[in-house]
Design a protein around this ligand. Structure first.
Ligand SMILES: Nc1ncnc2c1ncn2[C@@H]1O[C@H](COP(=O)(O)OP(=O)(O)OP(=O)(O)O)[C@@H](O)[C@H]1O
Ligand SMILES: [Mg+2]
Length: 344
């Protein structure tokens, strides 16, 4: 049986601002198995980045704070550590070593003042016992692996001398240099043009396959999810609303929100005149106290949806959904478990 590399339970990350307490991540649970690619999807503001920052121990504090839950990280030797309980020093050790990350904008992680080669070498030297020469050789190898032409030359250049796509490759080389067990990528290709985007995704997939690195891929693009992921977690306004394997989620989505997201994907085969988009916007976290957070935008809303808060309930093995349409308490009648919200 594969065990999860990462097991997050009941994560709550709130921001304490002048305007009040914002529950950006509100009781979120998910896991990533060894070698697996987990997609986290949802519209802007639903809490994807705050979830990944929480896992990495990088929530800006103040104003943010993790106020609940556990973040169990399993090392390759089998030892499990709750990342919420480890010291800052230990967290820095884990980050960039067993756990690495790639952000949307590579310039936020690359230092403009240092040469590319030096930056990768420094990371390696911090986290491994390599000497300068070995680390340099490994850095150049990594640049080659991520498809950077003239790797020796590029190692002697500064970040601003590279294109966006090349910088993102450097980021991946840096992230993968220490053979992490888990790679967290937050919208890693959104800033790149489509061809480069495809190349970078392919590269991450290849590293995942060849090295068995588990990948947590954050994206708002379901096309990327279809290409890359094994399982998907759909977030809405700080909560998980549906989760399952990628085929189930894309072919038989149950939550009206997931259905809306899929309906808004451009389809080559269908001659839809205008692209569908879910009406309305994501509510501000914390603005809805009772009821389903999607109720105001949902085509299937009924009384209960605005009165009670739905739970995330299992529908089948590995598939769960937070929606009263599938709540057995309704007893099949008007809100049949299997069919009501399907067919979009
Ligand atoms: N520094 C902050 N101060 C206050 N609130 C914040 C801060 N960062 C995030 N939030 C709150 O957390 C919510 C979730 O933000 P998050 O960045 O996780 O969204 P996201 O799903 O990553 O969106 P996007 O797709 O735009 O990247 C936001 O709606 C915002 O209210
Ligand atoms: Mg984000």
């Amino acid at each position: 049986m594969t065990e999860p590399v990462l097991n997050v339970e009941g994560l709550r990350t709130h921001f304490f601002t002048d305007a009040g307490e914002i529950p950006a991540v509100d009781d979120v649970s998910f896991y990533i198995n060894e070698g697996e690619v987990l997609g986290i999807v949802g519209e802007s503001g639903c809490g994807k980045s705050v979830t990944s920052l929480s896992v990495m121990g990088l929530v800006p504090n103040p104003p943010g704070k993790i106020i609940g839950g556990t973040i169990d990280f399993r090392h390759s030797g089998g030892k499990v550590e709750d990342l919420r309980r480890v010291s800052g020093r230990r967290m820095r050790q884990i980050r960039g070593n067993q756990m690495a990350m790639i952000f949307q904008e590579p310039m936020t992680s690359l230092d403009p003042l240092y040469k590319i080669g030096y930056q990768i070498t420094e990371g390696l030297r911090r986290h491994t016992k390599m000497n300068k020469k070995e680390a340099h050789r490994k850095a150049v190898d990594m640049l080659k692996i991520v498809g950077i032409p003239r790797a020796e030359q590029v190692a002697t250049e500064y970040p601003h001398q590279l294109s966006g796509g090349m910088r993102q490759r450097v980021m991946i080389a840096m992230a993968m240099a220490c053979d992490p067990e888990l790679l967290i990528a937050d919208e890693p290709t959104t800033a790149l043009d489509v061809t480069i985007q495809a190349q970078i995704l392919e590269l991450m997939k290849k590293l995942n396959k060849e090295k068995g690195t588990a990948l947590m891929l954050i994206t708002h693009d379901l096309g990327v999810v279809a290409e890359m992921c094994d399982r998907v977690v759909v977030m809405y306004a700080g909560k998980v609303v549906e989760e399952g394997d990628v085929r189930t989620i894309l072919k038989h989505p149950k939550h009206p929100y997931t259905q809306g997201l899929i309906r808004s994907l451009p389809k080559m085969s269908e001659r839809e005149e205008r692209l569908y988009s879910i009406p309305g916007t994501v509510p501000k976290p914390g603005s809805i106290k009772d009821g389903c957070r999607f109720a105001a935008r949902c085509p299937h809303t009924f009384d209960r949806c605005v009165e009670e808060t739905p739970e995330l309930l299992p529908l089948a093995e590995g598939h769960a959904c937070r929606c009263f349409l599938y709540d057995s308490l309704e007893g099949g009648g008007a809100h049949d478990r299997s069919t009501t919200a399907e067919g979009h």
